[in-house]
Structure formats: structure tokens, C-alpha cells
Design a protein around this ligand. Sequence first.
Ligand SMILES: *Cc1c(COP(=O)(O)O)cnc(C)c1O
Ligand SMILES: [Zn+2]
Length: 429
Amino acid sequence: MREKYLLRCPGCGRSFPDHYTLDCPSGCDALLRTVYAGRRLTPRNLPGIFRYKDWLPVEGHLRLDAGPISYESVGLARELGLPHLTVTFSGYWPERGGRMETCSFKELEAQPTVLRLREKGGGVLQVSSAGNTGRAFCQASGLTGAPVVVVVPAAAADRLWTTIPTANVCLITVDGDYSDSIAFGGEVCTLPGIVPEGGAKNVARRDGMGTVMLDGTLAAGRLPDYYFQAVGSGTGGIAAWEAAERMVAGGRFGSRLPELYLSQNLPFVPMVRAWEAGRDAIVAEDMPDTEASIARVYADVLTNRHPPWGIRGGVRDALAASGGRMYAVANEDARSAGRLFSDTEEIDLDPAAAVAVASLVRAVEEGFIDPGKRVLLNVTGGGYERAAEDLDRYPVEPFIRVAAGEAFEGEVRDAVRDWVAEQEVAARA
Ligand SMILES: *Cc1c(COP(=O)(O)O)cnc(C)c1O
Ligand SMILES: [Zn+2]
């Protein structure tokens, strides 16, 4: 093939060129995958994640120095008796070169997504997220000028901040919960020129997150035997599996897929329950007392109600292919693991990353980890305390406020349409 990459549907096997395609044109219920012409990864002399540009669905790159950083742990490794522990950190930690200023690995998704859309389709991205994803896309917008429409619950709007000013973010707050925001975001995408970011279906998001596996493997010189991550949607777990498969096919870093150890935070652990029950769908009994459980978890970025679990190429397939395990982690275990990490490694963690550390502590205690083998710990977020000391913080100001269940019509629709038109004028200027 002459293209750098094609998209391939694991449902029907068809391959086709990328037009910012999120779904199989034949309608298969499957996650599309990228197939890159280059089977071997050659790290480029580019900043941040664009070092791994060969295996990102983009043609050019962004001049952003915000990628994952990997190092061999000393302190935590000694504490756990693991001589081969690689930490891959996404967040703000300038001493080690960590420059994701919104402090989570969602920046790995936002950067290639913004560029892929610019190159392969064009338009305004729509994102519904009250947490790390929303912040990462606002930051990517501020850094690149890419226009985004972000829809969030009003109560969570204060989590949207950036470390540089943003002029191309249209923030819509919804007086309702996260599900109301997702529903309203869907309505907003009916406006011509607005494109959904696509979540796990977006290959740029997955391949961006897959750079954690690439970076950790290159730092260690070989693929890990075990990969640890806390999951909400599980997109990062799928991405790790896909990236590891590419590394195995390339042949230089080992021939065995790492076992995926994926964790969720009690009491909201739908994927752990579905896994233990051997189910290919998440059902109501996997999410008892949904609202109350979600309200009680420490790491609320892990509370996705509709993860891509049973879909072809989804989280369940990733776990099955790699011989993985799932852990349900209690709040107090996550908190103490977070303290252990900050005491031994000297950086503060996102609560979700603390859940992953807790699962590693458990797996070691339970004897699942052979200390002669290599572990990759995906520290998906951290450095908030450092970032608060060092960096400016710009709150993203709401553009419009709507009620839960409000229809996207009349003045609100006109206002967003006019905003999109202004972006198009500005882009041509
Ligand atoms: C989103 C997020 C996760 C979970 O990621 P998924 O792979 O999408 O489930 C874990 N940690 C942090 C810090 C996150 O922001
Ligand atoms: Zn298909």
C-alpha cells in the first residue's frame, strides 16, 4: 500500500482510506483499527508523542512537547520487590521531562485527534467530558487553535482549565448530569461542521494512548510481561494491546503480548463484574445502585457507564487475547497506594493512577507477578500539585448554559451556529 496507513474493520475485514472515519462503512459493530505500512517503529527526532508519529494516524506533527515519559523505578520497585519495574508517567513532572500540563494521559488522545481531524476531514470537534478529557481537549485547542465545542454538567465546569489562554473553545454547560451532557452533545453534532470526537472508536485516540506502551517498551528495551492501568472506558487497555501487537509483529522487542492488569474503583466496577461473570455485555446487575456507587468512588474518571466492552476489538477481547486479569480496588487501598507512590517516587498522583498502583500492590501480594519478569505501570495522571505551583491557570468560561433535556433549537442553536461560522472565517483568514 502507498498510504502511510489504512483503516481496517475487524468485523468484515475490509480496508479503506481514512476520512476521519469512526465506523465501518458496512455497519459492523467493531472498533476500526489502523494498519500502518511501516511494520517497524522508528522513533523520530520530534517532540512529545510525535516521536512515535510512524504509528499515529496523522501525516504531519504538532510542535508540542507533551508526551509520556518512562523510567526505571527505584523507590517503588524496592518497596514491592520488583527489580524490573518501568513507570510510564503522563502528567506534569518537569524534573523528569513530563510536560502534560493538564496532568493526564488524555492529552495523548487530544493531540493526534485534533491533527487527524484537520488533515482528514476538517471541522469543529465536539467533546462531552467533565474531567480530564475535556481539559485535555481545551488545552490542545489553546495550543493549536483547533476549535472545539465542549459540553459539561454545570456543576463540573470548574474542572475545565488550561495553562494557556484559549480563544477557540465553545463551552456549553448543562444543568444536569453527565448523561444529560452526552445527550446534548449528540444534538450539537447535528449542526453541519461539528464532528463528534468519537471516544474509543477514534483510532487517533487509541493510537495516541498506545504511545505509552511504545515509550515504556523502548525505555526498557523490550516489551513488558505485565501492564497495569486503571480503566473507566478501557480505551487505554485496548490501545496498549494494539500497540503491543504492532511491536510483536515488528519483531525486535519480544514475541509475547503483555498480560493486561486492568483495575476499577469500588463500588463502581462494571467491567470487573462482567469479566468475572464471563459476560460479553455489561448488564444492569454489573452496576447496582449506579448513581450512589458513582458518587462514592475516589477516582471518578473511572466511572464510565458505557465502556466498549463486548464490541469486537474491545476491552474484553484485549483481556482475553493477553491472558489478563481485572481488579476491583477499594478507596482506602487506592489512597494508601497513592501515598506509597508519592513517598517513594516523589510526585502526586491522579486518583485513577493511585488505583493502578493499588492493583499492582495486590497482584504482587497475591503472588501473580514473577519478580524476574518486567512490569510496565501506566501512571495515567499526576503532578497536579507541581502544576499548581509552577503554571498559570485559566478557567474556561461558559458560552451558553442550557437546562437538562432542553432541545437544541432556536437561540441556542443559532448562537452555536454563529460561533462555528466565526471559527470558519478565522480559519480562512
Ligand atoms: C481517563 C483516565 C483513565 C482511564 O482511561 P481509559 O483507558 O479511557 O479507561 C485513567 N486515568 C486517568 C488519569 C484518566 O484521566
Ligand atoms: Zn466492517
